[in-house]
Design a protein around this ligand. Structure first.
Ligand code: F6P
Length: 547
C-alpha cells in the first residue's frame, strides 16, 4: 500500500497502543524510571560513528520505544525512504524527486532521474566549485583591478542563506582567516549596508544564491551590490570578476547580467532548505576549502547510509523523530528547544527552524484532506550556556512542557581553550540532570530553605531532554548532524502523512507584498481594497513618506 493510500495515522492500532502506553506511564517520574531500571541509560542510548544519542531522560521506557518503532514500521517509513533514495517523485505537489542524498553520494554511485545519472552531475559541479575555490583562495582569481579577493558576500535568503551562514560559522575554526565572509539576506537595506560598509569593493566577491533567481529580497540586494561595485570601480566589465551565481535558473542568471560561465548549478530535486551541501555551499567551500567541504559531505553520507540501513530501534534519525512524535502527539508539547553547547553552532537553531517548520508545518495530508493530528513543533533555541541565563527558567519551572535537544562535544574544536570547554560541558551535563530529576520539597527543606520559600525553590523535574554527544565539531561531524535532522524531519513527515518538500504557505504573503509594494509608491493615491486595518496602515505609511 502506498503512503498516500494508508489510513490516517490516528486511526491505526499502533497510534492507539501509544495512547495506552501514555496512560500506563501516567504520572511515573523519570526518578522512578531510573530507580526501577539501573540499565536504563545503556538501553536508551544509540550511537553511530562517534555520535551518541542518549534519550533515557525522556518520558518513555523500552516498551514505548518498541511501540514507536511499530508505528514507524506501519507508517511506511522504510518504503518511503527507499522511494526517496531511488529518486521517485515523492514531492507530489510539485512533481519532483527529493534527492539531497545524491549531493553527498560518493563518485561512482548511480542515482537516476529521468534516465540521467545525477551523481555524475553532482560531482561535475563539485569539481568546478573546488577549482574555483582554489583559484580564489590561492589568489589566482583576482578582482577587476588585479587585487586579491579578501571578502566574500553571500546574497541569498532562506535555504540560500541559512545553511551556508550556519555552516560557515560552525566551521569557522577550519576557515581561512584571511577571508572575511558576510551573509546578506534581509531586504531591509540595513543588512547589505552594514555588511559591506567596511569592505573594499575591489577585493569583494559577491555570490548571488537563489534556486529560482526570482526572489525579491535576493535580487534587490544583488542589484544594490552591483550598484555599489560599479560606483566604486566605475566599469561594467568589473561584474564578471566580482559576481558569481548559484542557481537552477540559467535564464534568469543571464538576464541579471551574470555570465553563466560564472554560474554553479543545482537541480529542482534539491529543496532550498536541503541545499547547503550543493553549490549553495560555495561560500562555505571558499572559507574552509574543498577538502574540508568533502569531509563534511562524507559525514552527511555516513548518516544517510545509517538512516537507510540501520534497524529502527538503533536508527538515530528514526528514534529522534519518534521521540518528537511521542512528545508532540501524546504529551501535547508544542515546541522543541534545540540547545547547542557550542558557540560555533549559534545559527543551528535558526537553520533547523526552516528545515523543520517549512518542511512539516503543514495541515493537509498527502491525500489532500486535513490532518487530524499535530504536525511540526515550533523549533527554537540558543547556544548554551547563554540560554541558561535567559529562558531556562521557564523550561525548569514554567507551566509548559518544552522537550529539548542538548548538543555537545567531548573535545573543544582544535583543542581550543580546554578549561572553558570543561565549564561549558559541566553546564551541559548539569542542565539535563536538573531538568530530569529536579529537586523535591524535602530536598529543598533539607538544604535549610525557610518553609515559606520551599515551594518556590522546588524543581518538578520530569522535563524531557535528548542528549547528542559528538567527539568534536569537525566538518564530518557537522555533516552527520545536519543529515540527522534532515532525516528526522523526513521520518516525521512520513508518519504524519504530509508532504515535507513543498512550501505553499509562503506564497500568499509574497503575492500581497508585491501588490502593496506598488501601492506604497504609487504617485496618485491608489484605491486600497484590503481590510480596514491594512488600508489604514498603508495610508499612514504613504503619509509619512509624503505621498
Ligand atoms: O519563500 C520561501 C523560499 O522559497 C524558501 O523555500 C527558499 O529557501 C527561499 O524562499 C529562497 O528561495 P530562492 O533560493 O529561490 O531564492
Amino acid at each position: 500500500m502506498s503512503v498516500e493510500e494508508r489510513p490516517a495515522v490516528e486511526t491505526r492500532p499502533e497510534w492507539a497502543a501509544l495512547a495506552q502506553h501514555r496512560d500506563r506511564l501516567g504520572k511515573t517520574s523519570l526518578r522512578a524510571l531510573f530507580a526501577a531500571d539501573p540499565g536504563r541509560a545503556d538501553t536508551l542510548t544509540a550511537e553511530v560513528d562517534g555520535l551518541l544519542m542518549d534519550y533515557s531522560k525522556n518520558l518513555l521506557d523500552a516498551e514505548v520505544v518498541q511501540a514507536l518503532v511499530d508505528l514507524a514500521e506501519a507508517s511506511g517509513v522504510r518504503e518511503r525512504t527507499e522511494a526517496m533514495f531511488r529518486g521517485e517523485p515523492i514531492n507530489i505537489t510539485e512533481g519532483r524527486s527529493v534527492l539531497h542524498v545524491a549531493l553527498r553520494a560518493p563518485r561512482g554511485t548511480r542515482i537516476e532521474v529521468d534516465g540521467a545519472d545525477v551523481v555524475e552531475q553532482v560531482h561535475e559541479v563539485l569539481d568546478r566549485m573546488a577549482a574555483f575555490a582554489e583559484r580564489v583562495r590561492s589568489g589566482r582569481w583576482t578582482g577587476h583591478t588585479g587585487r586579491r579577493i579578501r571578502n566574500i558576500v553571500n546574497i541569498g535568503i532562506g535555504g540560500s542563506d541559512l545553511g551556508p551562514a550556519m555552516a560557515t560559522q560552525a566551521l569557522m575554526a577550519y576557515g581561512d582567516p584571511s577571508l572575511t565572509l558576510r551573509f546578506v539576506s534581509n531586504v531591509d537595506g540595513a543588512d547589505i549596508a552594514t555588511a559591506v560598509r567596511d569592505l573594499d569593493q575591489s577585493e569583494t566577491l559577491y555570490i548571488v544564491v537563489s534556486k529560482t533567481f526570482t526572489t525579491l529580497e535576493t535580487l534587490t540586494n544583488a542589484r544594490t551590490a552591483r550598484r555599489l561595485l560599479l560606483e566604486a570601480l566605475g566599469d561594467e566589465a568589473a561584474v564578471g570578476k566580482h559576481f558569481v551565481a548559484v542557481s537552477t535558473n540559467a535564464d534568469e542568471v543571464r538576464k541579471f547580467g551574470i555570465d553563466t560561465d560564472n554560474m554553479f548549478g543545482f537541480w529542482d530535486w534539491v529543496g532550498g532548505r536541503y541545499s547547503m551541501d550543493s553549490a549553495v555551499g560555495l561560500s562555505l567551500m571558499l572559507s574552509i576549502g574543498p577538502d574540508n567541504f568533502r569531509a563534511m559531505l562524507d559525514g552527511f553520507h555516513a548518516m544517510d547510509e545509517h538512516f537507510r540501513t540501520a534497524p529502527f530501534a538503533h536508527n538515530l534519525p528514526v528514534l529522534m523523530a519518534l521521540i518528537g512524535i511521542w512528545h508532540n502527539n501524546f504529551h501535547g508539547a508544542q515546541t522543541l528547544a534545540v540547545l547547542p553547547y557550542s558557540q560555533y553552532l549559534a545559527r543551528f537553531p535558526a537553520y533547523l527552524q526552516q528545515l523543520d517548520m517549512e518542511s512539516n508545518g503543514k495541515r493537509v495530508g498527502l491525500d489532500g484532506r486535513p490532518v487530524q493530528v499535530e504536525t511540526a513543533p515550533v523549533v527554537w533555541g540558543e547556544p548554551g550556556t547563554n540560554g541558561q541565563h535567559a529562558f531556562f527558567q521557564l523550561i525548569h519551572q514554567g507551566t509548559k512542557l518544552v522537550p529539548c535537544d542538548f548538543i555537545g562535544f567531548l573535545r573543544p574544536v582544535q583543542g581550543q581553550l580546554p578549561d572553558h570547554h570543561d565549564l561549558l560541558m559541566a553546564n551541559f551535563f548539569a542542565q539535563t540532570e536538573a531538568l530530569a530529576f529536579g529537586r523535591t520539597a524535602d530536598e529543598v527543606a533539607a538544604a535549610g530553605v525557610p518553609p515559606e520559600q520551599v515551594t518556590h525553590r522546588v524543581f518538578p523535574g520530569n522535563r524531557p531532554t535528548t542528549t547528542l554527544l559528538g567527539q568534536s565539531l569537525t566538518p564530518y561531524a557537522l555533516g552527520q548532524l545536519v543529515a540527522l535532522y534532515e532525516h528526522k524531519v523526513f521520518t516525521q513527515g512520513v508518519i504524519w502523512g504530509i508532504n515535507s518538500f513543498d512550501q505553499w504557505g509562503v506564497e500568499l504573503g509574497k503575492v500581497l507584498a508585491g501588490r502593496i509594494a506598488d501601492e506604497l509608491v504609487a504617485e496618485d493615491p491608489p484605491a486600497l481594497a484590503h481590510d480596514a486595518s491594512t488600508n489604514a496602515l498603508i495610508g499612514r505609511y504613504r503619509k509619512a513618506a509624503g505621498r
